[in-house]
Design a binder for this molecule. Sequence first.
Ligand code: PLP
Length: 624
Amino acid sequence: AELYGVPEWSGGYFTIADSGEMMVLPAAGETGRAVSISQIAKGVKERGLDMPVLLRVENILDAQIATLNETFRQAMDELGYQGSFLGAYPIKVNQQQQVVEQITHFGSRYHHGLEAGSKAELIAAMGTMRDRKSVLICNGYKDEEFIDLGLYATKIGFTCILVVEMPDELPLILERSKELGAKPILGIRIKLASQASGHWAESGGDRSIFGLNTNQVIKAVDLLAQEGMLDCLQMVHYHLGSQISNIREIRSAVHEACQVYAGLAKEGAAVAYLDLGGGLAVDYDGSQSNFMSSRNYSINEYCTDIIEAVMTSLDEVGIQHPTIITESGRALVAYYSILLFNVLDVTRYRPDPLPEHLPDDCPAQINYMMETLEKLTIRNLQESFNDILFYRDEARHLFHHGKIDLRQRALAEQIFWTTITRISELSKELKHVTPELADLERVLSDIYYCNFSVFQSLPDAWAIGQLFPIMPIHRLNEEPTVNAVLADITCDCDGKIDQFIDRRGVRRFLPLHELKNSDEYLLGAFLVGAYQETLGDLHNLLGDTNVVTVRILDNGEFEFVNELEGDTVADVLSYVEYDPKRLFNSFRKTAERAVRAERITAQERKQIVQAYEAGLRGYTYFER
Ligand code: PLP
């Protein structure tokens, strides 16, 4: 547990059992109902689904929704807040129908609503939501059709709030409301001067793409007043960015937004909702810091600080406390999905044993290399490192110019790697090592080839260097003896993971176990429920993985509540405009020509065509 930092990043949902299995818990800290993830994986395979599998544990989603809502309520009670809290799940964070349905189902007891940022998301929301006490927030660039849909949603009784994101949207909304005879509920997205640091910082601040600056807000107010519709303006909205690691940035944004809220109230707007957008971060690396993959606050602190900031800002000017809305996405869904994948193969960086004596005709450089190795001690590590690099480069140079042959070059490389391995081992005995020597563990780490695609399943790891906790899900009572980086099965040199979580920053290799004969070795990438599923792409035509949802029951057993087969080869080919039937027919003809040319028999053709057809129907990942 220590080695992989489980207690720090698990949010209380994962723990390691004495049996060495990674366990998942239905609610934070509820160890009495812990379930072995490798047992779930076994059940998945028995049901005929291959790895990789995206495993969702629905209890965790339920628990996260409860935590967010109840922590806000508790903070409101403790501080004497007069308003209430409503959540709105932003569909963009994970749009899968099953996810959105589960959120509305588990969220119904808190009237947890939805946020839509496009027409498609609005249509998904309108078809899923039933609870009229929850809010439906419409963000994003809006055309007439988007606005009309939002207005119809209001007409049939939803609290559907159309957020004005661009100055030109307001006249169109007013025109469509008159046309359809619907009174809109309006929000206004503001650009804050407060800006957060990190990857998504430009969602806030003066240069943010969306939102109105103060001058545009005033113009919107004037237009609404002129139309006698100031009472429609009910909400102030902003979004500072996702994964805001620093609580101080969240706090100062709330203060600024409250000033705008108060200003609008004074202008006569019927403001009643303050929507703070998303941003509640997930501590992926467990460092509890303001690193990009972490956060320097707890949910408790987040809720308390927000309520306090709203109260201090608005009490001062005597304005009633609003209903606070947040559009937390990441924090709700990240924990409940785990990507499970198997290791297929390993490349080792262990040098073969060296010959006892060097051949007589060895060039001087190779003899010098051997001498460096023989004289290596703990006292001359750096010097030996410098020497061995120097002679290795010379040997390479000689090879380029035909002065040493292929066997001699291979020998030079062997001596080099033997020396480097020895230096790395000896350096572990030192208290202080130079950065170059400290990096040798990474340089010497093995490559574990894993059955997944970084681009499809962990796109943020590739695109923005996001860290996810990754570790074996079994054999955790055995000491891991190998340092490794992970390569996926795309043949892209970026298809790898060589950065791993560490409390003090980033680790460049992962401690893993030796593979045992033909036993399957399974790894899990944790906290992958937010953003990864739909940002993932079809690089190398590796498609969606199989998805399995389980529920942990009251008696501590689990049941499979849903399974979704991943893309077949035919599916991914059709996404890139192939017609699988045409491909199949064309291949049949090619095989027939081979029969006519007597390269294969008709029986062989039958076998080949069947294999092609099975390939089309098969999973895009490595199948055993
Ligand atoms: N609301 C809006 C407008 C967003 O653009 C986003 C995503 O960045 C979110 C909410 C969700 O943010 P998070 O996942 O950080 O909660």
